[in-house]
Design a protein around this ligand. Structure first.
Ligand code: SF4
Length: 646
């Protein structure tokens, strides 16, 4: 057994570990082939490999987009090249040709016994014996020898080996697979697109050993079915495209807070003695300037690296114009009504599309949106969230298995539900304390008490009762957060919470903003790979997004209630915007538009995360919280970290 095989592997943790642990392969069944790219990933970061391969998570950043463009160029078929008679003997150097220049060598015929040199592109080979499958960008064949060429974005690093270990391991895997297919292959080349350099890489014994050890390690991690812990304070995370999914600093902080177990075992990378990360300098992976080292905070806690970007620069497109249709024109969405163009939106600037009532969307536009991962949400004319269209559901089956297992565990459901309800009560109390003209000490005290009781509730039914009592207390004080001017109009005041249909303007506004919020939380949980229909506090019922409603509890006062108060107190929406009918109170189209704008502004507002200390938009907060809930379900962290403001 190699040192790598013997490395301690963390067992799946948490109450649902038994569901997560993969069954051993059937005796005699062929083990999974490890893609050469995953050998690169497992050498760079074991967690990255697990996220990408096992959990099928993927997210682009500037590096992955650039890398894809480089590979697309590499895959382009080109005319077969002829041998250059002037070239000195030795390994072929085709950098010039790889840059698009064609050889202009004289047409001298090769000796009849030697087949002419040629280049094959996008060659896919596998070796059951080695347990490796590899897609090779380019294979140069000349005189009975083959040379695989792996394309990389960026510049050649200035290290004696010509490249960092993860890239060399990936290339070595290609060499080994070629050899296993009977080709003579002495070396491989890495082509660095940024400086157009082709670097020969020696396939020596230590590299072969590291590559085979990486195969063993990758298989062992997959077989175990437990996501490896995140790297701690590693500069590698700065350039990792999955940082917002992995949440390394956040997960480490939450794990450290609850840790009773010994520290995580050394990673595969740490065990490769001949490649010490510490010795590689300040920017070992060529990822550009690092963020400054985290400074200790005044309270002694460590400052976390900020999540980038702090907010989404793209904007949502709301279409409420009845009879309008949304079509595609080049790279833009075009909203038209009666053959008149109403508005245009670039696809690259659009974060989501929300359609209200009778608005048509062309197939071409829908396909373009889905291809770019831009979600489309459908609402009734009155603002009821009906459903959504997304390109693909998440392929993270492991997470969904964990969610389903957790949902059938009454103790865990109760624990999570207690936290959701307590946070909702405490955030309602904070809103009241901050915005009430004359804060009612009795009501605030009662909410405090109910928040405590929520944590002690012994069943979901009693938790529902506590939540109902807290809602009556909170909404009983809601009018105290309105300005004097708004309160003059008695018809505008909230007469307790009511809905379906709302019987006063404030209730109509609250229902509308809750609907928008449930849409965004549905999108957030789907993005995080969770099933929005399967909740822990809200029970599954007729397709309602129960999990989105669970997570929504803590955000209702902070986002929706706060938007309604701002709209009324700043006279953006007033009594004039409502019509009372036998079926309840209806909001005018203008009021809906203005309220949606106020809601989107709130979602875009930066807020300090109460646990992590960095500032991100509310929209990003929703996604972070959904992902952290996922980490609880897979047992990586033990408690859901609530989002509570002070
Ligand atoms: S963010 Fe860091 S710990 Fe997480 S997968 Fe990427 S490199 Fe690994």
């Amino acid at each position: 057994m190699t040192s790598t095989e013997s490395a301690a592997l963390a067992e799946p943790a948490g109450p649902h570990a038994k569901y997560l642990r993969r069954r051993s392969l059937e005796p005699g069944a062929p083990p999974a082939l490890v893609p050469a790219r995953m050998l690169n990933e497992v050498t760079y970061c074991e967690r990255l490999m697990y996220l990408e391969w096992v959990q099928s998570e993927f997210e682009d950043n500037e590096f992955t987009v650039e890398g894809r463009a480089v590979h697309r160029r590499a895959d382009q078929p080109r005319p077969l090249k002829k041998a250059d008679p002037k070239r000195p003997p030795g390994p072929p150097d085709r950098a010039a040709a790889d840059q698009g220049e064609e050889d202009e060598g004289e047409d001298e015929a090769p000796p009849p016994s030697t087949p002419p040199p040629y280049t094959a592109r996008a060659v896919w080979l596998s070796s059951e014996r080695l347990g490796i499958t590899a897609k090779i960008d380019v294979v140069d064949v000349e005189g009975g020898t083959v040379v695989p060429v792996e394309y990389k974005r960026g510049k050649r690093p200035s290290v004696p080996e010509g490249a960092y270990l993860p890239e060399r391991v990936q290339l070595c895997a290609q060499v080994l697979v070629l050899r296993d297919h009977g080709f003579r292959c002495e070396e491989g080349h890495l082509y660095f697109a940024a400086d157009r350099q082709r670097v020969p890489i020696a396939i020596d014994e230590p590299l072969v050993e590291a590559t085979l050890a990486a195969v063993v390690r990758a298989r062992a991690l997959v077989e175990l079915g437990a996501i490896p812990p995140p790297l701690a304070d590693s500069p590698k995370c700065n350039g990792c495209s999955l940082v917002a999914i992995c949440l390394p600093d956040e997960v480490n902080l939450l794990r450290d807070g609850a840790r009773e177990e010994p520290p995580a075992p050394p990673t595969f990378m740490e065990q490769l003695e001949h490649h010490d990360v510490e010795e590689l300098g300040d920017d070992p992976w060529g990822l550009g300037p690092l963020q400054p080292a985290p400074e200790p905070r005044e309270d002694g806690d460590r400052e976390l690296r900020r999540l980038h970007p702090a907010r989404d620069d793209r904007v949502p497109l709301y279409v409420k114009e009845q009879g309008a249709y949304v079509g595609l024109k080049g790279e833009r969405l075009e909203v038209r009504r009666k053959d008149q163009r109403v508005v245009e939106a670039r696809l690259s600037n659009t974060s989501q599309v929300c359609l209200f009532g009778n608005v048509q969307l062309t197939t071409q536009a829908l396909r373009a949106l889905l291809e770019r991962g831009i979600p489309v949400s459908f609402f009734s004319l009155g603002g009821w969230f009906i459903g959504r269209a997304v390109a693909h559901d998440s392929r993270n089956v492991e997470l969904r298995v964990a969610q389903h297992a957790a949902a059938s565990d009454p103790a865990l459901c109760l624990r999570l539900a207690r936290g959701f309800v307590q946070s909702k009560i405490l955030n309602s109390r904070t809103l009241l304390r901050r915005n009430s003209r004359e804060p009612n000490a009795v009501a605030l005290g009662e909410l405090n008490q109910l928040a405590r009781k929520a944590l002690e509730a012994e069943e979901l039914a009693s938790l529902l009762g506590i939540e109902g009592t807290a809602a009556r207390t909170y909404f009983g004080q809601f009018n105290s957060m309105l300005t004097e001017r708004a309160r003059v109009d008695e018809q505008l005041l909230l007469a307790g919470r009511n809905r379906r249909p709302p019987r006063d303007p404030l209730n109509a506004m609250l229902s509308y903003t809750y609907s928008l919020l449930s849409k965004d939380l549905t999108l957030a949980v789907v993005t995080a790979g969770l099933d929005p229909l399967l909740g822990f506090y809200h029970q599954p019922r007729f397709g309602r997004p129960a999990l989105a409603l669970d997570l929504m509890e803590e955000f209702r006062p902070l986002i929706a209630d706060s938007v309604v108060l701002g709209a009324v107190n700043n006279e953006i929406v007033g009594r004039r915007d409502f019509v009372e009918t036998a079926a309840g109170v209806n909001m005018s189209a203008t009021a809906r538009r203005d309220l949606a704008l106020a809601y989107e502004r709130r979602m875009d507002q930066l807020v300090t995360h109460p646990i992590f200390g960095y500032r991100i938009s509310y929209r990003r907060v929703l996604e972070v919280q959904a992902r952290l809930l996922g980490r609880v379900l897979t047992g990586e962290i033990t408690e859901y970290p609530p989002f509570r403001t002070r």
